[in-house]
Design a protein around this ligand. Structure first.
Ligand code: PMP
Length: 455
C-alpha cells in the first residue's frame, strides 16, 4: 500500500503530474474527492458536497452502492477479462446484450460494446459508412450533425461536435461533416428573429434539413447524428414533432439516424431511452455513462437488426476495442439496471425532475437574469441573460458561477453555453432538490446583468 498523502500533498502532487481536461496549468485550486454516498461527496479536506451534476451526468443510482462493489468483486474472482473478438465471448456480456435488446425500441436487437461515449460515436459513424459501403452504396460518406452538438472527442464524433472550440488547433478535422441549426426555440435569432411556435421552429429546421440534403445530394449522405436533447449545448429540448419529422425526411433519402443517447439513456429522461420519449426508432443508439452509473467505464451501441445484418456479412464488422464486452463492466451494468428497475428510477426521474423544475421556477423565476428554465426528467437548465427582453446572453466571467456556488455552499452544478445545468442522481430527495436551488439562488440573486457577482 502507498502511504496516504495529506490533503496539501495530494493537491501539489496532482498539480505536478495530472493533465486535467479544460484546466489551465496556472490553476491552483484542486477539489480532490475521496468518498461518495447517495448524492453526497467528500473531499480530502473533509468538506462535503451535494452532487447536482451526477458527476458528468451519469450517476443514476447515486454514489457508494455496496451492492455494485460486491458484484464487481465476485466477477473479478470469476473472470476478470477475456476478449470478445472473433468467436470469443463471456457470459456476463451475453446477458447484458440480451437485457439491452429487451429494453431497446423494437428492432434494435444487436449490441456493440465500447468503453465510453466517444468510442461509441466513433463506432457509430464508422458503422454507418460501412453499412452503405457493404451494400455497394459507396458514395455515402457525409455525416449531418448540428451546431452546439457534443459527440465526444474522437476525430469522427469530435468533427460532428458543433463547437469551434473543440476543433481549433486540432485540424484537419474529419471531412464530409455538415452542421445544421440546433433546435433551440428560445434563441429566436436562429429562426429569423421572430417568436415562433414549436411547429414553426420544426418547419424551419425541416426545411433547412431538406435544403442541405439537396445541396450535398441525399445519395452522398451516410447518416445524421444527434443528441435527442442536446446536453453540452445547454439541455436544448426540441419541439415534440422535431425528431419524428427528421426521421421521416431521413427515411425518404435512405440516410441512417444515429441517436447519441450517451446522456439521455437509462432513465435520465424518465424512459430507458429518449428515443421512446420522442416516439422514434433510430437505426443506431449510442449509450454509455448511465449504463453503469459511472461505477466502471462502459458503453453500448444498440444497433438496428437491418444494419447488423449487413455489418455481419462476409468477414463481419472490421473494428474492435480490446475492452469490447468487458465482463466486470457488463456485470456492473446488469446490477445497475437491476437497481434502476427495482427502485423505479424511471418514474422517479420524472417525479423528482418535475419537482426540481418547479423549485427552479419558484426560487429563480423572478430573477431578471433568468431567461428560460427548461427540462425533461432529470436534465434541467436555467438559461441566463443580461436582458430578458433582448435575450442577450449573460457574460460568463471568472470566477464562473458554478465555482462560486460550490465554494459558498458545496453544491456542484455546471455551466454549459450560458446556462446552468443540472443532471443529479435519479435518487435525489426533495430536500436535496431544495438545497440545490437555494444555493443557486443565493449566488444568482447577487449576479448583475454584466455577469459580475456582488459579494
Ligand atoms: N456524447 C454525448 C452526448 C456526451 O455528452 C458525451 C460526454 N459528455 C460524449 C458523447 C462523450 O462521452 P465520453 O466522455 O464517455 O467519451
Amino acid at each position: 500500500m502507498n502511504t496516504p498523502l495529506a490533503p496539501a500533498q495530494l493537491a501539489a502532487t496532482d498539480r505536478a503530474h495530472i493533465i486535467h481536461p479544460y484546466l489551465p496549468g496556472t490553476a491552483e485550486e484542486r477539489v480532490i474527492m475521496t468518498g461518495g454516498s447517495g448524492c453526497r461527496l467528500t473531499d480530502a479536506e473533509g468538506r462535503s458536497y451535494l452532487d447536482a451534476t451526477g458527476g458528468l451526468w451519469l450517476a443514476q443510482i447515486g454514489h457508494g452502492r455496496e451492492e455494485i462493489a460486491r458484484v464487481a468483486y465476485d466477477q473479478m474472482k470469476q473472470l476478470e477479462y477475456f476478449t470478445s473478438f472473433w468467436e470469443f465471448s463471456n457470459d456476463r456480456a451475453v446477458e447484458l446484450a440480451a437485457r439491452l435488446a429487451s429494453l431497446a425500441p423494437e428492432g434494435l436487437g444487436h449490441v456493440y460494446f465500447t468503453s465510453g461515449g466517444s468510442e461509441g460515436n466513433e463506432a457509430a459513424i464508422k458503422m454507418a459508412r460501412y453499412y452503405h459501403h457493404r451494400r455497394g452504396d459507396t458514395g455515402r460518406t457525409w455525416i449531418l450533425a448540428r451546431h452546439k452538438a457534443y459527440h465526444g472527442i474522437g476525430y469522427g464524433g469530435g468533427s460532428a461536435t458543433g463547437f469551434p472550440v473543440y476543433h481549433e488547433g486540432f485540424a484537419p478535422m474529419m471531412p464530409h461533416v455538415s452542421h445544421l441549426t440546433p433546435p433551440w426555440p428560445y434563441r429566436k435569432e436562429l429562426f429569423g428573429g421572430q417568436e415562433r411556435t414549436p411547429e414553426q421552429v420544426t418547419n424551419f429546421l425541416i426545411q433547412e434539413l431538406e435544403e442541405r440534403i439537396a445541396e450535398i445530394g441525399g445519395e452522398n449522405i451516410a447518416a445524421m447524428i444527434g443528441e435527442p436533447i442536446m446536453g453540452v449545448g445547454g439541455m436544448l429540448v426540441p419541439p415534440p414533432d422535431y425528431w419524428p419529422r427528421v426521421r421521416e425526411v431521413l427515411d425518404r433519402h435512405g440516410i441512417l439516424l444515429i441517436l447519441d443517447e450517451v446522456v439521455t439513456a437509462y432513465g435520465r429522461v424518465g424512459q430507458w431511452f429518449a428515443a421512446q420519449y420522442f416516439g422514434i426508432t433510430p437505426d443506431i443508439i449510442v449509450t454509455a455513462k448511465g449504463i453503469t452509473s459511472g461505477y466502471i467505464p462502459l458503453g453500448a451501441l444498440l444497433v438496428g437488426d437491418h444494419v447488423a445484418e449487413v455489418l455481419l456479412r462476409d468477414h463481419g464488422f472490421p473494428m474492435g476495442y480490446t475492452y469490447n464486452g468487458h465482463p466486470v463492466a457488463a456485470a456492473v451494468a446488469l446490477a445497475n439496471l437491476d437497481i434502476i428497475e427495482r427502485e423505479g428510477l424511471l418514474a422517479r426521474a420524472t417525479a423528482i425532475g418535475g419537482h426540481l423544475h418547479r423549485e427552479l421556477e419558484s426560487q429563480l423565476g423572478d430573477l431578471p437574469i433568468v431567461g428560460e428554465i427548461r427540462s425533461v426528467g432529470m436534465m434541467l437548465a436555467v438559461e441566463l441573460v443580461a436582458d430578458r427582453k433582448t435575450r442577450e446572453p449573460l457574460p460568463m466571467l471568472q470566477p464562473l458561477l458554478p465555482d462560486v456556488i460550490r465554494r459558498e455552499s458545496g453544491v456542484i452544478v455546471r455551466d454549459c453555453a450560458h446556462s446552468l445545468v443540472l443532471s443529479p442522481p435519479l435518487i435525489m430527495t426533495e430536500t436535496e432538490a431544495k438545497e440545490t436551488v437555494t444555493a443557486m439562488r443565493s449566488v444568482l440573486e447577487r449576479t448583475l446583468p454584466t455577469g459580475e457577482i456582488r459579494a
